[in-house]
Design a protein around this ligand. Structure first.
Ligand code: HEC
Length: 258
């Protein structure tokens, strides 16, 4: 009966419940936007609609079947040149994007069709004016580089820990008949964060770890949703069963039952 040492929501003053509601309400909004962001930044990677495990594999370990240049030529840039020239560039890519062939006649295609936008005066787009610039876009896609992963890792480790700490400090005032369920809901996110982030790196080495990325992300989301929904419900709508109410007062003899 450990729960009796934690006050239930119904024992907290309205102002404290408002504070909790505001905090977890805004965090839920943040979570929603994070989901939209994940979807937007990954869903198109494998060329099929929807977000799949294959998209995650490509994000972290790269696409073994194509380069950025090929992806662009088959996707958003396909309208920039006649199909016949498009096919020639892709064939050239598949032959290893050799400089000799570029110096031959492919250079003219890039100069005619691409460099009005992709030039060194435009800092937002990769320059395709020289072989070197094109070569960078023609390099095999190896997924997110380690430095990016390290940067995103530390942001996630700090940020998510704060988020789940806040949510669980609120949720701790909920009453669940089974103490183990409450413990599980609180522990899952912290374990998942570690598994999630380690799997980003492991996916680079062994692609099936993308499933761990997806699984731990799903567990985190489910636990977040459960904690927020149970907290909000019990804060404003739930009445503790009488026998449980009793336990709370037995544990706190100094409080006067109304
Ligand atoms: C009218 C301007 C314009 C022309 C012409 C153009 N592009 Fe682009 N290109 C863009 C813009 C804008 C983006 C970024 C937005 C996007 O991906 O849709 C882009 C993105 C790309 C990317 C992806 C860059 C990255 O960092 O992932 C590649 C590769 C590319 N273009 C290649 C080409 C090639 C090859 C040609 C010539 C056949 C070409 N583009 C012609 C405007 C242009």
């Amino acid at each position: 009966m450990n729960q009796r040492f934690t006050l239930h929501f119904s024992h907290l003053p309205v102002v404290q419940r408002l504070l909790y509601t505001g905090a977890i309400g805004v965090l839920s909004f943040g979570y929603l936007f994070a989901m939209i962001y994940i979807f937007e930044s990954h869903h198109n990677r494998d060329g099929k609609p929807g977000l799949s495990v294959q998209d995650i594999v490509i994000a972290y370990s790269g696409s073994k079947t194509g380069t950025k240049l090929e992806a662009a030529l088959k996707g958003p840039m396909s309208g920039m040149l006649p199909a016949e020239e498009n096919v020639r560039i892709i064939a050239w890519l598949h032959e290893g994007a050799k400089q000799a062939a570029y110096d031959g006649d492919l250079k003219n295609i890039f100069n005619d069709r691409c460099i009005t936008c992709h030039n060194s005066r435009n800092p937002h787009l990769p320059s395709l004016e020289s072989y070197d610039g094109i070569k960078k876009m023609a390099a095999e896609d190896t997924g997110a580089d380690i430095f990016t992963l390290v940067r995103v890792s530390h942001i996630h480790l700090f940020g998510l820990t704060f988020i789940f700490f806040v949510v669980s400090m609120v949720f701790i005032h909920a009453y669940l008949r089974h103490e183990w369920l409450k413990i599980t809901l609180i522990v899952i996110p912290f374990v998942s964060i570690i598994f999630d982030i380690l799997s980003w790196y492991l996916t680079k080495v062994y692609q099936p770890f993308a499933w761990v990325v997806v699984g731990s992300g799903a567990l985190m989301g489910l636990s977040f949703a459960a904690q927020v929904l149970i907290s909000l419900y019990q804060m404003w709508f739930y009445k503790l069963p009488d026998e449980v109410q009793q336990q709370f007062y037995c544990a706190m003899p100094q409080r006067n039952p109304r």
